[in-house]
Design a protein around this ligand. Structure first.
Ligand code: CTP
Ligand code: MG
Length: 233
């Protein structure tokens, strides 16, 4: 498995005054924790797509993480564009190879979850992602007015890494499609019949929670302390 780690966002909602991937959570920059865990999961190579103006800082943060080759490239204006920048770095790989696209903002995703997503791809499974059941009741609103309740029985919240057969990911990104995750682009291919196969979920983890706002950091740091106490950081 080769990993594309998208880390080029500016982290506006976190508001740390620097790119989110460089913010320290649990004692290390998110980008370093993410690379470390991808390597622990057996990645053969990690392509880090970093903030164009801060590539040197990303290089410094990743110094010494050499369990597998780490390549750093500049990102684009959107997450999807950043994934495409990463894909441009893996032209040497074969169509059938598995590529995992991961958010640096989900740096603490456990290696087991990363391995499970990658291992699920094969046969008719063209993509796989970790997911958690939705436990909150989900309302549809119009502004602040509640207009309905969404049946949550068949809803899940998906995380990253999302693993793909490389030819399918390449096709999903052959245009300038924009989506908040890559599965959505593959879902489009499946719906149009351009690609045959299916997408599956594997069990996600609360440790794979995305750091988006400051509260996420506080929750994650508490979880990390707890996981370390249990011996499974
Ligand atoms: N990302 C990226 N390139 C972009 C935008 C986002 O590589 N142009 C990455 C982020 O670095 C992050 C992941 O995509 O790892 C998920 O994006 P998000 O959580 O939205 O991060 P940011 O865009 O940095 O945050 P914000 O939207 O609050 O600015
Ligand atoms: Mg964003």
């Amino acid at each position: 498995m080769v990993a594309l780690l998208v880390a080029a966002g500016s982290g506006v909602r976190l508001g740390a005054g620097r790119p989110k991937a460089l913010v320290e959570v649990g004692g290390a920059p998110l980008v370093a924790t993410a690379v470390r865990r991808l390597q622990a999961a057996g990645a053969a190579r990690v392509v880090v797509v970093g903030p164009p103006d801060d590539l040197e800082a990303v290089r410094d943060a990743l110094d010494g993480l050499d369990a597998c080759p780490v390549v750093i490239v500049p990102g684009g204006a959107t997450r999807s564009a950043s994934v495409r920048h990463g894909l441009a770095e893996v032209t040497d790989l074969d169509d059938g190879d598995v590529v995992a696209v991961h958010d640096a903002a989900r740096a603490f995703t456990p290696p087991d979850v990363i391995r499970a997503a990658a291992a699920a791809v094969g046969g008719d499974v063209v993509a796989a992602a970790p997911a958690l059941a939705v436990s909150d009741t989900i309302k549809r609103v119009d502004g602040s007015t509640v207009v309905g309740t969404v049946d949550r029985a068949d809803l899940v919240a998906v995380q990253t890494p999302q693993a793909f057969r490389l030819d399918v990911l390449r096709r999903a990104h052959s245009g300038d499609g924009d989506a908040t995750d890559d599965l959505a682009l593959v879902e489009g291919l499946l719906a149009r019949g351009t690609v045959a196969g299916r997408i599956v979920t594997v069990p996600g983890s609360v440790l794979a929670t995305k750091v988006t706002v400051p509260d996420d950091v506080r929750v994650l740091e508490a979880l990390i302390v707890e996981a370390a106490t249990e011996g499974t950081p």
